[in-house]
Design a protein around this ligand. Sequence first.
Ligand SMILES: [Zn+2]
Length: 53
Amino acid sequence: MGQIKDTMVKLKCSLCSRITHYTKRNKKKVKEKLALSKYCRFCKKNATHTESK
Ligand SMILES: [Zn+2]
């Protein structure tokens, strides 16, 4: 098995603060925290999701 390069990160909805998505981030390539517009099933609309530990 090779090295683990990608780390699983949680994406938290900025509106309801729930963890709604999981994604991978290559910490060597992407230094900034993620901020993605994704659909939140709790808010039932698209919202900015930020990385959460
Ligand atoms: Zn939400």
